[in-house]
Write a protein that binds this ligand. Structure first.
Ligand code: B12
Length: 212
């Protein structure tokens, strides 16, 4: 690996936002292409962060600050990515369901998906079923990513799926669900396409559903 890519990689794992921004800028100045910087320097680092989390070495706070360092790097890389016309893996409409204000987990999932080259349309929290459906239609999305942290708001995932069905959009998208109270069983019961317990597994799941 190029030394500068290793510095970016280590910077993300150490959650050093300033260093990551500086090194991504330096890598671009050295003439490295956006795709190489993204995949070798950044996505691979987030994969490692996900592994450290799964092994119990990193916890949510570490994962969150590493994800912020990744975002900081992405802000520098984004113009070059657009210029290089880096192909998006898929379009994602994301949000925390109606009545629910917990957005930390959803934000983390969005960051990880963005880092894996998905194009994110984040509707925020307290998102109504109709708002999900409208955005899916507007951007011709490939995925709907829904988060719920309250047992009382979980049924709004099913309500969203129903609205997608009524709008004739259900078959055009893969529906992913998550949040602390969710289970694979619940995902199956409401007719979603996949559940994952954390943000790194959400990326693996999304990729597997489109064969990427
Ligand atoms: C922080 C927090 C809050 C903050 C939220 C701030 C914010 N901007 O998000 C505030 C203070 C606002 C809050 C409010 C409330 N909260 Co609160 N809150 C929490 C707390 C402590 C942490 C949640 C969190 O951020 N976890 C960290 C993130 C990273 O984890 P995560 O969200 O689970 O996400 C991960 C995975 O689930 C997964 N994931 C998440 N989404 C998705 C989506 C997909 C598609 C996939 C694949 C994966 C995935 O990936 C993420 C990263 O690995 C939890 C306790 C807990 N242990 O969960 C209680 C908790 C969720 N809250 C609870 C309650 C009761 C409330 C309130 C009702 C309290 C009140 N009486 O006002 C209100 C409700 C407000 C509302 N309408 O939403 C209860 C829910 C109980 C229940 N059975 O429903 C909990 C469990 C606390 C408890 N033990 O009682 N809360």
């Amino acid at each position: 690996m190029e030394p500068i890519l290793k510095e970016i990689y280590d910077g993300i794992i150490d959650a050093d936002q300033e260093l990551v921004k500086e090194k991504v800028g330096a890598a671009l100045s050295q003439g490295l292409d956006a795709d190489t910087i993204l995949n070798q320097g950044m996505v691979s680092a987030m994969t490692e962060v996900g592994r450290l989390f799964e092994e119990g070495e990193y916890f949510v706070p570490e994962m969150l600050i590493c994800a912020r360092a990744m975002q900081a790097g992405l802000s520098v890389l984004k113009p070059a990515m657009i210029a290089a016309n880096l192909k998006s893996v898929g379009k994602v409409v994301a949000g925390t369901v109606k009545g629910d204000l917990h957005d930390i987990g959803k934000n983390l999932v969005c960051m990880m998906l963005e880092g894996a080259a998905f194009e994110i349309y984040d509707l925020g929290s307290d998102v109504s079923p109709q708002a999900f459906a409208d955005k899916v239609k507007e951007v011709d999305a490939d995925f709907v990513v829904m988060s719920a942290l309250l047992t009382t708001t979980m049924p709004n995932m099913k309500a969203t799926i129903e609205v997608l069905k009524e709008a004739g959009l259900r078959d055009k998208v893969k529906v992913l669900v998550g949040g602390a109270p969710l289970t694979t069983r619940y995902c199956e019961d409401i007719g979603a396409d996949g559940y994952a317990a954390d943000a790194s597994r959400a990326v693996t799941l999304a990729k597997s559903l489109i064969g990427a």
